[in-house]
Design a protein around this ligand. Structure first.
Ligand SMILES: *Cc1c(COP(=O)(O)O)cnc(C)c1O
Length: 382
């Protein structure tokens, strides 16, 4: 069987071959397999040097100081560490987030809510963005943290994090940003973007799964409580033996992302244009999320009169995502699409197409022609 065309880069990316090559050097007997925490011999020193070089590469992509990077197992853990770590030990804390954050943030905030933390859940505008005024309007005396995403994983929309961060900085409220979906897709500069904590993932940026990072600002100094204890690695913020091969892979992936960033954005912009141009003969197709404030690789579309489940069945040659979740026998529509004001019915008509580094013009042309065929066919039999 021919494999379907991969259009789900927002879910995960393949590891870049150059990244895989690099990782292989840190696994076996003839490689650097020592424990980076071993201080007594060269095996440990070499592994530590590799980890520190990778820390520089990850810091480089976001213009951070390497000492501000804490290794984790992925953006889910980074979000947990940032949010729980900022709230820990604060009685009567209040936090602000939105209804369309990734589950790693939503479920962490829900858990804290059950523990007694007060949470304000902001409703985004119809274009999927959160405004500065909304955030400021939600602040209270006891607000300790605001958590918002830079790029939404289902819509591809970009929040104005710099503006929101500027206001929060003046008010002394901590700001955590989930940037898992922004890494390698847009310029990120924490030297000009006033955020305190920022989550990154390896596998969304052509690195391996199971590794991520949390940026923790040093100036002004941000304090968070560790959520995993044992050994005091990562300046006490995250214990556990560092997975050298994973870390080296994430470092290489982020270095590649940095050096090729503009080229990659241009390429994805062109592919997105071709993809949408190929759909132009179809009526009743609408783009979900902001038209202008977005990364190019994520395209979320609703098709009038066609439900996504039937459409996906027809599109067996494409690997895409619907954002819906199967809850027992029923299919729950995407909470993100519901969150931007779509009805259940409208949300059931949407699919997310996400393009990436290895997507080709041929693939997007094939995809759009398949979509035109299947949508037309489904509408004809209605
Ligand atoms: C993928 C993703 C995560 C989770 O990252 P993992 O590294 O898979 O844990 C968190 N937030 C957003 C926005 C994501 O897209």
């Amino acid at each position: 069987m021919k494999k379907p065309v991969y259009m789900d880069y927002a879910a995960t990316t393949p590891v870049d071959p150059a990244v895989a090559d690099e990782m292989m050097k840190y696994l076996t007997l003839d490689g650097v397999y020592g424990n980076p925490a071993s201080r007594t011999h060269a095996y440990g020193w070499q592994a530590e040097a590799a980890v520190e070089a990778a820390r520089k590469q990850v810091a480089g992509l976001i213009h951070a100081d390497p000492r501000e990077i804490v290794w984790t197992s992925g953006a889910t853990e980074s979000d947990n560490l940032a949010i729980k770590g900022a709230v820990a030990g604060r009685k009567d804390a209040h936090i602000v987030t939105s209804k369309i954050e990734h589950k790693a943030v939503v479920d962490t905030c829900k858990w804290l809510e059950h523990q007694g933390t007060e949470v304000t859940w902001l409703d985004p505008a119809a274009d999927g963005t959160i405004s500065c005024d909304q955030v400021l309007g939600a602040l209270k005396e006891n607000t300790v943290l605001v958590s918002l995403m830079l790029v939404n994983n289902e819509l591809g929309t970009i929040n104005d994090i710099a503006a929101i961060g500027g206001e929060l900085r003046q008010r002394g409220v901590l700001f955590h940003v989930d940037a898992a979906q922004a890494g390698g897709k847009m310029a990120i500069d924490v030297s000009s973007m006033p955020v305190d904590l920022l989550a990154l993932s390896g596998h969304k940026v052509y690195g391996p799964k199971g590794v991520g990072a949390l940026y923790v600002r040093r100036s002004p100094d941000v304090r968070i409580e560790a959520q995993i204890h044992g050994g005091g690695h990562e300046r006490g913020m995250r214990s556990g033996t560092l997975p050298t091969h994973q870390i080296v892979g994430m470092g290489k992936a982020f270095a590649l992302a940095q050096s090729g960033l503009e080229e990659e954005i241009d390429k994805l912009e062109a592919l997105r244009k071709s993809f949408l141009a190929g759909l132009q003969s179809l009526e009743g197709v609408s783009l979900n999320g902001s038209e202008s404030s977005r990364v190019p690789g994520i395209v979320n579309l609703s098709f009038d009169g066609v439900d996504a489940e039937s459409l996906m069945l027809g599109l067996r040659d494409l690997a895409v995502s619907s954002g819906s979740a199967c809850a027992s026998a029923t299919v729950e529509p995407s909470y993100v699409l519901r969150g931007i004001g779509l009805s259940d019915e409208q949300a059931h008509r949407a699919l997310r197409f996400s393009l990436g580094r290895f997507t080709t013009e041929e693939e997007v042309a094939f995809a759009s022609s398949q979509i035109v065929d299947v949508v037309s066919r489904l509408r004809a039999v209605r």
